[in-house]
Design a protein around this ligand. Structure first.
Ligand code: FE2
Length: 377
């Protein structure tokens, strides 16, 4: 089955959307050393210090640093003791994404609607209060040990949420043009893609807007399958990957091995100027997958005219794809951990609403031409 048409992910009548989402609220990473991770994300990606919680604010067993760039908020959390859930998570998975937090108007309702449809509860509706108002949280489990928290902050004026204090720093590296989360991709196990597609459909009211089978995403050696799930207004998009049989190990299988289970494979971050953003990120030490020059010899035949000069895109290794509605520019980082697990995508959309399908084959064909030239195909 090959479905390439983009289905409109629109529930035009909001009354029928039982889980109205206002977008990604934040992404929380459980990491081995949040103090250093915060410094890394500030230095390399241009995040700004926002908030802190730890023993000084009454949180005894862990610390969290909150960093922000435009609408992109990361929380970096480290355990202070053994025998707590954060420590156990890191022991099993290494550094990785624990929480994909979603902004809602009514967290109690989000919990009720999803649990009623079969979600496994993670956090019962909880009201956190301080002098700046209240934040209401609730949460459910998704694939692996990953959590969706529903965050209701319409009655809160503080810097992040109760329990956190403002984090002022004298070290404020310039931003790099990162704007917001475009999509977050989950890797799930063999034969688990469709069950998780059903979960997002039935429990969260999402729609399957795109599907890629192993013929779309395969080389001579490795394959995967993917389905893109979107909420009603399209603000939240979760592609789900599973490995497929190939001559060698699928990249998804490698992830599952090293992460010890299912989890977030990549977070895609939007920018308005990918050349500027990626130039800056590379100068600050972020490494991206390298693209053979042969890719750029034919790419414009495939995607047609684009606004940008090809030369800087080629120098950076930015990929280009087009769909019915426009084109997109995208690039993939190498994993940000020593384990081959989580990485980032930087994406600039110029009308296109898809995910770079044209690059799957073009990229692999380009790689195989290189391989052929070396006599190894
Ligand atoms: Fe992506």
């Amino acid at each position: 089955m090959e479905t390439t048409t983009i289905q409109p992910a629109v529930t035009s009548n909001n009354a029928t959307d039982f889980l109205p989402l206002q977008g990604t609220d934040y992404v929380e990473f459980y990491v081995g050393n949040a103090k250093q991770a915060a410094h890394f994300y500030k230095t390399a990606f241009g995040f700004q210090s926002l908030a802190y919680a730890g023993p000084e604010t009454g949180m005894k067993d862990k610390v969290s640093y909150v960093i922000r760039q435009n609408k992109l908020t990361f929380v970096l959390t480290t355990p202070l003791r053994i025998n707590n859930p954060v420590a156990d998570h890191i022991y099993k998975h290494g550094d990785g994404v624990k929480v994909l937090a979603l902004k809602v108007e009514d967290a109690a309702n989000a919990f009720e609607e999803t649990v009623k449809r079969g979600a496994k509860p993670y956090l019962e509706t909880t009201v956190l209060k301080d002098d700046d108002g209240e934040v209401v949280l609730s949460g459910i489990h998704t694939y692996g040990d990953t959590i969706h928290l529903f965050v209701e902050r319409k009655n809160y004026n503080g810097v992040f949420m109760p329990g956190f204090r403002a984090w002022k720093s004298n070290y404020n590296p310039a931003e790099t043009g990162l704007l917001y989360v475009d999509h977050c991709v989950g890797n799930v196990g063999w034969n688990q893609m469709n069950p998780w597609v059903s979960f997002y459909e039935q429990v969260m009211g999402f729609t399957n807007i795109l599907s890629f089978d192993d013929k779309d995403i395969s080389t001579e050696y490795s394959a995967l399958m993917s389905k893109v799930m979107s909420n009603g207004n399209g603000y939240v998009k979760f592609p789900i990957n599973e490995p497929a049989e190939g001559k060698k190990k699928s990249q998804v299988e490698e992830y599952l091995d090293f992460y010890n289970g299912e989890g977030v494979q990549h977070v895609a971050i939007a920018t308005h100027d990918i050349v500027k953003t990626v130039t800056e990120l590379q100068q600050r030490g972020i490494e991206f997958l390298s693209i053979p020059d042969s890719y750029y010899e034919t790419v414009l035949d495939r995607v047609g005219t684009i606004d940008e000069d090809l030369q800087p895109l080629q120098e950076l290794g930015v990929l280009i794809d087009r769909d019915e509605e426009g084109y997109l520019l995208q690039i993939f980082s190498k994993p940000l951990e020593d384990r081959p697990t989580l990485f980032f995508e930087i994406i600039q959309r110029k009308g296109a609403k898809s995910f770079g399908k044209g690059n799957f084959k073009a990229l692999f064909e380009a790689l195989e031409r290189e391989q052929d030239a070396r006599g190894n195909l």
